[in-house]
Write a protein of this length. Structure first.
Length: 423
């Protein structure tokens, strides 16, 4: 990247390329608009779970494959291709009425959104600035992603609630809107993101597999993987607050969706930077923060299980859900900074992230099917088990926080020497 470009322009470009992450939002429209999707496509809670499992079946391995592809093909071209192909799949979902076809299309989302986009998008952001600008660039991507997600959800909610209130298929317009915007983002990236000098980093499949093998031997890889899984278990069950508010607390569908979207995105946008600042101030002992906020996630998730159902208790369940997400958001920076705590050699960082991401996001393979089955078989009582999953996620993060603090706290041990020996 041209060193003469100001940091303001780099931040603008980082924001612009972040908009390509709209492709990551499209597969989860089914859960962001849970009730609307059920009513429009006529599926059960369990079938809804199968759709996300179909997506995860291609998305999880894509975290490995996408990294290799981004190392041998210009990432700008990959991101543009991702936006266009995901838009086409989104249009197909809008026209679909068959459950089997929906499952096939959701499987395609994992290829177009993850294989082509995730690693390439991160690589573009990294290439935009030097080492001393990475923090600001990635902070901008978090803010841009949160704002984009929240604004789009509210715009779509307003359209289907008011303009298309009498149309039984009105929700399908969401897939059309997101698809059109994806194509517009592709065009903007084509014209606005500079054609940076690109050096292929791939060393061949054998070499990349060797690096994966060494990364798999590092304890921090598994600490981060289990921490990531626990973190996303909580993030994954919170969207069920949407139908829970309508089913058990007599709240309107538009309000339940708007509230769930606001706290899920707002908590991350506000409290993630705060957690990051605390982490930077505490330095090597920052992993102790995991223990404190994990306990908060565990406690408040368990409280959600025992709050009585009924309209008069709606405020209580909403307030406690906010507290769960605050504790969770305060730890989001550790998804990216634990490798720094363990001083993982740069050579292995990509492989560590690849393994951790694949395991961390693997809950999509089974979680939604299990939760959907609970709701279909137990009704509103099934939500208690869903909140228990959140508490289990907190326990996983707590265990990893203790392990990281014990092994790497106060600079007791790092992975640098091991990495150098393995290389």
């Amino acid at each position: 990247m041209d060193k003469n470009i100001s940091i303001r322009k780099k931040l603008f470009l980082a924001c612009m390329v972040t908009f390509s992450s709209i492709v990551l939002l499209i597969p989860y429209l089914a859960y962001d608009f849970y009730n609307q999707f059920l009513n429009t496509y006529g599926v059960t809670d369990t079938q809804m779970g199968w759709l996300l499992t179909a997506y995860a079946a291609s998305a999880v391995p894509s975290y490995f494959i996408g990294g290799w592809i981004a190392d041998i093909i210009n990432p700008k071209k990959l991101v543009i291709a991702s936006c266009v192909t995901t838009a086409l799949v989104s249009f197909a979902v809008a026209m679909c009425s068959s459950f089997l076809m929906l499952a096939l299309l959701f499987f395609c989302f994992g290829i177009t959104a993850i294989t082509l986009n995730w690693s390439a998008y991160l690589k573009i952001v990294k290439m935009l600035g030097g080492d001393d600008e990475q923090g600001r660039l990635f902070a901008m991507t978090d803010i841009a992603y949160s704002i984009m997600s929240l604004v789009l959800q509210y715009v779509v909610l307003a359209i289907i609630t008011y303009a298309l209130a009498d149309n039984p298929n009105g929700f399908k317009i969401a897939y059309v809107i997101y698809g059109v915007l994806s194509i517009l983002v592709a065009a903007a990236i084509f014209f606005l993101i500079p054609n940076m000098e690109y050096e292929k980093e791939g060393k061949g499949i054998k070499e990349d597999l060797r690096l994966l093998g060494h990364a798999a031997k590092l304890p921090i890889t598994w600490y981060l993987a289990i921490f990531t899984l626990g973190y996303f278990l909580i993030r994954s069950v919170i969207p069920y607050l949407n139908p829970y508010l309508t089913d058990a607390y007599d709240q309107s569908i538009p309000f339940a969706q708007a509230f769930t979207a606001a706290i899920r995105t707002g908590a991350l946008m506000i409290f993630s930077p705060i957690g990051g600042m605390l982490r930077d101030r505490m330095g090597q002992s920052a992993s102790k923060l995991i223990n404190r906020f994990s306990l908060g996630c565990i406690f408040f998730s368990l409280v959600m299980m025992f709050i009585p159902q009924g309209k008069q208790y709606a405020v209580w369940i909403m307030a406690v859900a906010v507290l769960v997400l605050i504790c969770n958001a305060m730890m989001s920076n550790f998804l990216y900074t634990l490798v720094t705590t363990a001083a993982v050699p740069v050579l292995y960082v990509g492989s560590v992230y690849g393994i951790a991401s694949a395991i961390g996001y693997s809950s999509d393979l089974w979680l939604y099917i299990v939760c959907g089955n609970w709701l279909d078989s137990m009704g509103n009582d099934g939500y208690k088990y869903i909140w228990l999953v959140g508490a289990i996620g907190g326990l996983m993060m707590l265990a990893m926080g203790i392990a990281v603090a014990k092994r790497y706290g106060s600079g007791r041990e790092t992975e640098t020497d091991k990495g150098e020996q393995a290389a």
